[in-house]
Write a protein that binds this ligand. Structure first.
Ligand code: KG4
Ligand code: ZN
Length: 344
């Protein structure tokens, strides 16, 4: 069974062809057209510009994904079993471009349509090329717009058990990078600089940032206070530009400590077999390494998506759609609308 998947919820236009032979999901093609360069000069995504770019990109990206999968456009109907698309959460006009394209394709080709929640897509990126993940699992979903702890049961049903009360973890990285004049998106830049910090500098400068809500007896997060603490620390240190890698390390360590601690608490509370990461921030090397080590130390299995599928892409939407296909969860073409605040 093969699915053509489309993702356009934020600033990446992506199309993928994924195949599920009922035991393994594999990616035949996954094309991503990034708009990072366009939005970089504004320090964040400009919704109107993003939507306009999607309009121009969506058909070339779909054509490239089909071509890379060796599918002749005239033969789509014989090679594809369903069309999948992200229907939310995300930027409403960006979502609309992917949705209307998917609806038109499904309608004209007479193929079934499957709508996918973007966050659910990030989670299902874990199942690409892997058939050995033991369930139930606790999934930490960390991206620019979301920070949730999600329980996945044996049937892959999802329930949110914890979430951020303010900023998402990726948003915190992006805002911290802005405070330090490092550019956008902030996560990869902070992570790279943090990796360059020398141990002796870290000890010498002793930059001490808080771990917000680490001791609270719930599974929620808060990152806005950490950003404010960084702002105060920078304002009180005229030499901060010379210590930039140590500041990046201190910020990254504070975020990772909180994420790991709360995820382990959730795993214990919900008695799961596996700890899973998902979302753009799951590309973070320190988060991946610390979570893996902590999870395995406590005898949990660990899973994180391949780095090719951590940031926004259509292959993860296709992977989630494969699950829905076998559950007969198809979408009514006439009623599907963009849902910017769609929840799990
Ligand atoms: O999932 P994603 O691509 O888009 C959303 O759905 O939001 O996540 C993007 C976020 C951005 O905030 C970016 O700064 C963050 O993921 N990010 C990282 C890293 N790579 C991307 N954060 C920390 N470390 C990274 N290596
Ligand atoms: Zn995302």
């Amino acid at each position: 069974m093969r699915i053509l998947a489309i993702e356009s919820s934020c600033d990446d236009t992506s199309a993928a062809v994924v195949e599920d032979n009922q035991s393994l999901i594999s990616v035949i093609s996954n094309v991503v057209s990034s708009q990072t360069d366009l939005h970089q000069k504004f320090g964040g995504v400009v919704p109107e510009l993003a939507a306009r770019e999607h309009v121009g990109n969506v058909l070339p990206v779909i054509n490239a994904a089909l071509a890379q999968a060796g599918i002749d456009i005239k033969e789509i109907k014989n090679s594809i079993d369903a069309i999948a698309v992200t229907s939310g959460p995300g930027l409403v006009t960006s979502l609309m471009v992917g949705i209307e394209t998917a609806k038109t394709l499904a309608h004209t080709l007479g193929l079934p349509l499957i709508n996918v929640n973007h966050v659910e897509g990030h989670i299902h990126a874990n199942f690409i090329d892997r058939d050995d993940i033991q369930l139930p699992a606790i999934v930490l979903t960390v991206s620019g717009g979301h920070t949730n702890l999600v329980m996945m049961d044996e049937n892959k049903n999802l329930t949110i058990v914890g979430q951020t009360r303010d900023d998402a973890a990726g948003e915190a990285f992006d805002k911290a990078a802005q405070l330090m004049d490092l550019g956008y998106p902030g996560g990869p830049i902070i992570s790279k600089l943090a990796g360059e910090a020398f141990d002796e500098d870290k000890l010498r400068y002793h930059i001490d940032l808080p771990r917000p809500m680490i001791g609270s007896h719930d599974l929620d997060f808060s990152f806005s206070g950490l950003k404010t603490a960084l702002l105060y620390a920078l304002n009180n240190d005229p030499e901060w530009r010379k210590k930039i890698s140590s500041y990046c390390d201190a910020f990254e360590s504070a975020v990772v400590d909180v994420l790991v601690s709360k995820t382990l608490a959730a795993a214990k509370k919900h008695n799961v077999k596996t700890i899973m990461l998902s979302g753009g921030v799951s590309a973070n090397r320190k988060l991946r390494a610390t979570m893996k080590e902590s999870a395995e130390h406590l005898n949990y299995s660990f899973s994180a998506p391949d780095l090719a599928y951590t940031s926004d892409n259509a292959a993860m939407i296709g992977a989630a759609a494969c699950h829905k296909f076998y559950q007969n969860q198809f979408t009514d073409i006439t009623t599907l609308r963009a849902e910017p605040n769609l929840e799990i």
